[in-house]
Design a protein around this ligand. Structure first.
Ligand SMILES: [Ca+2]
Length: 487
C-alpha cells in the first residue's frame, strides 16, 4: 500500500546516521565522539526538500533538508511568541510529514514557513506531566507532575508566563491547562483570554476566536507570549472509551469506505514488554473498526488544522507574522492502532513522538526539515528565552534550538533524550536505539529504530546487543543522577 511505502525506513540515498550498522552487526556507537562524527555526516547531507519525494522514514526523512536561499536571521528586537499546543497529535499524522490520508493545509503552511523536527519527543506521553515540561523546561520528575493524578507544578518552579512576565512580556493564555485544573479561571503569570470549555469540538473554536480577537484588536506595545491550547484531536479518547457505542462493528457510512486509512503494519504485533506496557490492551476492534477509528482521528486533526489556519491568517493580516516566533507541538501522540493500542502512556513512538515546529519568516529558515537532532518538549522554554535575550529559569534542562533554526552548524548536540512513562518507566532514545527500563521489572526493551522503525522486535535478550544495552543503561544512570526531583 502506498502509505506504507512512504513510511519505509531509510532511502537508498540517505546518509548513514549515527551508530548505524554498516554490515548488519549491532553498532554501539553512542559515544560523544561518534555522535559528533555522525553529525558531520548529517551536515553534509543537506538536500533540497523537493528532492525528498516519498522516501521518508516512519517519522520523516533521515536527512536534513534545507531550502536553498533561506533568509538569514534578522537581528530584530525582542519578538513575540505564539505557542500553539495540540492534544494527542502524533508526529506522522500530518500531510507535510508524509501522511497520505489526511488534509492539513495550515499545519503544512506552518511547516513550509519554518522548521520541523522529526526527532521530537514528549517528556512523558500523558497530559499533565508533558504539559508541566512544556511550561517549565523541567522533566516531570522534577516538576512533581509525574502523572495525571499529581497535576500541580511545584510552586518553586516558574512557568512560562511567570518567567516572561518578569521580563516585561504580556503573557496570555486560552484553552486547556490541566495543571491542575483543565480549564482554570486563573493561571499564575498569564492573563486569561478565556478558560476554554468541554471537548475539542467545542473548546477549540472558543480558543481560536479568543486568540484571533486578541491579535486583531491588540493595543499594547509590549511584546507578548500568547498560548493557544487546543484539545483536538484528543476527542478520539471518547471513541476509545465509548467504543461500543461510537464505533459500530459495521461501517455506518458506506460512502467513506474508500477513504478509510489502512491499518498500521504493527497493529497486531506486541513485543515482549514490561508488565505495565504488556498488560494494557486496546479495544477489541475488527479491521473495519480500526480503520474507522483512524478515519475519525484524522478528521479531528483536520478540525485542529482549520483553527490553526485562522490564527495564521490573523498574524499575517495584522502584520505581526514577521515579529512573532510560532511554536507548535503536542503533549503526546496517539496509539492509532499501533501495537493494538489507543491513546498514549506508552514508550512506543506513536505515543512519545510529537510535532515540534518553529516558524518566523525572516528569523527561522523556511522549509527546514531536521532529522539529525533529538529534541524534547524541554526545549521550548530555552529556545524562547534565547530569542527573547533572557536567561532560562534556574534548572531548566532544555537546549535552545535557535542555532539550528537559523541554519548554523553545531559542533555538539545531545546524544539522547529521555521520556518518562507510568511514573517508574524511563526511555532513552539515541540516534539508532530506543532503550526502555521500568523500575523493578526484569523485562527491558531495546529497539533498533533505524532498521525496525515500527518497533516490532525487542532485542534486549539477544547476546549480540549486550554492549548496546550496557551503554544505554549507563546513559540512563547518568541522567537519573542529574535529576533533581522535588520533595
Ligand atoms: Ca493530552
Amino acid at each position: 500500500m502506498a502509505h506504507v511505502d512512504r513510511y519505509k525506513n531509510v532511502s537508498a540515498g540517505s546518509p548513514k546516521a549515527a551508530g548505524e550498522s554498516m554490515a548488519g552487526a549491532p553498532a554501539r556507537a553512542i559515544t560523544r565522539r561518534s555522535f559528533l562524527k555522525a553529525g558531520a555526516l548529517g551536515a553534509g547531507a543537506i538536500i533540497a526538500e523537493q528532492a525528498l519525494g516519498p522516501a521518508a522514514g516512519r517519522f520523516g526523512p533521515l536527512a536534513t533538508a534545507r531550502a536553498a536561499g533561506a533568509p538569514a536571521p534578522a537581528g530584530h528586537a525582542r519578538p513575540n511568541f505564539f505557542f500553539i499546543i495540540s492534544d494527542q497529535l502524533r508526529l506522522d499524522y500530518i500531510a507535510a510529514h508524509g501522511c497520505p490520508f489526511i488534509y492539513t493545509p495550515n499545519i503544512d503552511r506552518l511547516i513550509g514557513q519554518g522548521a520541523t523536527f522529526y526527532g521530537s519527543h514528549s517528556t512523558n506521553p500523558v497530559c499533565c506531566p508533558a504539559r508541566s515540561s512544556l511550561m517549565t523546561g523541567r522533566m516531570p520528575v522534577e516538576t512533581g507532575v509525574i502523572s495525571n493524578a499529581r497535576p500541580n507544578i511545584h510552586p518553586s518552579i516558574p512557568n512560562l508566563g511567570q518567567w516572561f512576565s518578569r521580563a516585561g512580556y504580556e503573557c496570555l493564555y486560552s484553552g486547556k491547562w490541566h495543571l491542575p485544573e483543565t480549564y482554570p479561571l486563573d493561571i499564575p503569570g498569564f492573563r486569561m483570554l478565556n478558560s476554554g470549555a468541554g471537548q475539542g469540538d467545542l473548546n477549540d473554536t472558543i480558543v481560536s476566536d479568543d486568540c484571533e480577537a486578541y491579535l486583531r484588536n491588540r493595543a499594547s506595545d509590549r511584546p507578548f507570549v500568547l498560548v493557544a491550547s487546543f484539545m483536538q484531536p484528543h476527542d478520539i479518547c471518547y471513541w476509545a472509551i465509548q467504543n461500543d457505542a461510537l464505533v459500530p462493528r459495521e461501517l455506518p457510512f458506506e460512502s467513506i469506505a474508500a477513504e478509510l486509512p489502512p491499518l498500521p503494519p504493527n497493529n497486531k504485533i506486541r513485543p515482549k514488554a514490561p508488565m505495565r506496557v504488556d498488560s494494557a490492551r486496546g479495544p477489541d476492534f475488527n479491521t473495519m473498526q480500526w480503520r474507522y477509528y483512524l478515519y475519525i482521528y484524522s478528521r479531528q486533526i483536520e478540525m485542529l488544522d482549520a483553527n490553526i489556519g485562522s490564527l495564521l491568517d490573523a498574524l499575517e493580516d495584522t502584520g505581526l507574522a514577521g515579529d512573532t516566533v510560532i511554536f507548535f507541538t503536542s503533549d503526546h501522540g496517539e496509539g492509532a492502532g499501533c501495537h493494538g493500542h489507543v491513546s498514549k502512556w506508552y514508550p512506543y513512538d506513536e505515543s512519545v513522538k510529537v510535532p515540534f515546529v518553529v516558524s518566523c519568516p525572516g528569523r527561522v529558515q523556511a522549509a527546514l526539515r531536521d532529522a539529525d537532532h533529538l529534541v524534547s518538549g524541554l526545549d521550548v522554554m530555552s529556545t524562547m528565552c534565547d530569542y527573547a535575550g533572557i536567561q532560562p529559569p534556574p534548572g531548566a534542562l532544555g537546549r535552545s534550538l535557535r542555532p539550528l533554526l537559523e541554519g548554523n552548524s553545531l559542533t555538539e548536540w545531545r546524544e539522547f533524550v529521555v521520556c518518562e512513562t507510568h511514573e517508574v518507566g524511563r526511555t532513552v532514545r539515541t540516534a539508532q536505539y530506543k532503550y526502555v527500563h521500568y523500575e523493578g521489572d526484569p523485562v527491558e526493551m531495546l529497539f533498533d529504530m533505524k532498521n525496525d522503525p515500527w518497533e516490532t522486535k525487542n532485542l534486549y535478550e539477544e547476546a549480540r546487543y549486550a554492549d548496546v544495552m550496557k551503554d544505554h543503561r549507563k546513559l540512563l544512570g547518568e541522567w537519573e543522577a542529574r535529576m533533581k526531583p522535588v520533595a
